[in-house]
Design a protein around this ligand. Structure first.
Ligand code: FMN
Length: 319
């Protein structure tokens, strides 16, 4: 089962992807957060994120967020100039400022626009395209009106997150609609959504044995070491804790090198903990997010790793 790292705007930066790949790997491709055109220009932050010099040695696929064929063309050109041979098209973003402008999942009810975008992919034979989508925007059957266009477009794969855009991340994934999609989709299909443990991955694989892979997002932000546990779970908890500490410290050092002032550094470092290591001792986690200076933050992080280690000496279970 191939594993893909989902794009997570604000989290899976070039630094994050590079460190994850260097420390754990096990990921077929890391998808970049979407590159978007704003007032006819690319955002500087997006350009830096996909720049080849920031992505050496990591298997990266850049993602675009086209609202029409022209935006696809402009972004495809950008990816080609930067040396990429693959491009992912975002048709899943649920955030209202994006979706209400007929982008991301908000594009799914508009068959003509989706068709125009997918048709334009043929102008770029040097790029292999994939699509990352939801079932629909307001209706979980929007995809049924698009399946013929999707099937007739040469695509490397389709990643399906079986929720509607309107639901954002609430409620359960809709496995009934996913089953119908899986049966009708003629492309390699990747499942995405709410996979947080090895057991979740194994269960979905059992249910859908023809899957070409699974894409993990928040599950990997929480437990970035999960990728090393897939092969029979021979990993040592203390090695995992040590690697996770190294991962954190390197990420923090890069944040420190690129932040303007303590307050920005602290905000950026604390944001990581929105998802990171939810299973670790609560008291220490709280101290991290309440820290008021980088020094206090670092002391709290050290305490958390020490507490995690001593908690683990009673059991060798890796969560
Ligand atoms: C903070 C955040 C940022 C995201 N940014 C992107 C993005 O840039 N492009 C995209 O296709 N999906 C984005 N997603 C959606 C994820 O890639 C993924 O589809 C979603 O989180 C469901 O998978 P999960 O349950 O494994 O996290 C984002 C999700 C979150 C929570």
């Amino acid at each position: 089962m191939k594993l893909y790292f989902a794009p997570l705007q604000g989290y899976t930066t070039a630094t994050y992807r590079r460190l994850h790949h260097a420390i754990w790997g096990g990921i077929e491709s890391y998808y970049t957060p979407f590159v978007r055109i704003e007032k006819n220009e690319f955002r500087r932050k997006d350009l830096n994120d996909i720049a080849p010099e920031n992505n050496t040695d990591t298997p990266v696929v850049p993602q675009m967020l086209p609202g029409n064929a022209d935006e696809l063309r402009q972004t495809a050109e950008l990816f080609l100039i930067n040396g990429y041979t693959q491009a992912d098209i975002n048709m899943g973003c649920p955030f209202p400022p994006i979706a209400l402008h007929r982008r991301g999942s908000g594009i799914l009810p508009y068959i003509d626009i989706v068709s125009e975008i997918l048709t334009a992919t043929a102008e770029f034979p040097e790029l292999k395209f994939s699509v990352k989508m939801r079932l629909g925007w307001q209706s979980s059957t929007d995809w049924t009106h698009l399946i013929d266009i999707l099937n007739s477009t040469p695509l490397q794969h389709i990643t399906m997150h079986p929720r509607i855009g309107k639901a954002q991340y609430k409620g359960c994934v809709d496995l009934e609609q996913f089953t119908a999609f899986y049966e009708q989709c003629q492309h390699a299909t990747i499942y995405n959504g709410d996979l947080n443990t090895i057991q979740d991955i194994n269960n979905i694989h059992k249910q859908f044995p023809r899957l070409a892979g699974v894409m993990l997002g928040r599950g990997l932000l929480a437990r970035p070491y999960l990728t090393t546990l897939l092969d029979g779970d021979t990993a040592n908890i203390f090695a995992i804790i040590n690697e996770t500490k190294i991962f954190h410290d390197k990420l923090y050092n890069e944040l420190a090198a690129t932040s303007q002032g303590d307050s920005q550094l602290l905000n950026r470092a604390q944001a990581l903990w929105e998802y990171f290591l939810p299973q670790t001792p609560r008291k220490e986690r709280k101290a991290i997010v309440k820290a008021t200076s980088p020094a206090q933050y670092l002391k709290s992080v050290d305490r958390l790793f020490t507490a995690w280690e001593s908690e683990s000496s009673n059991s060798n279970v890796i969560f």
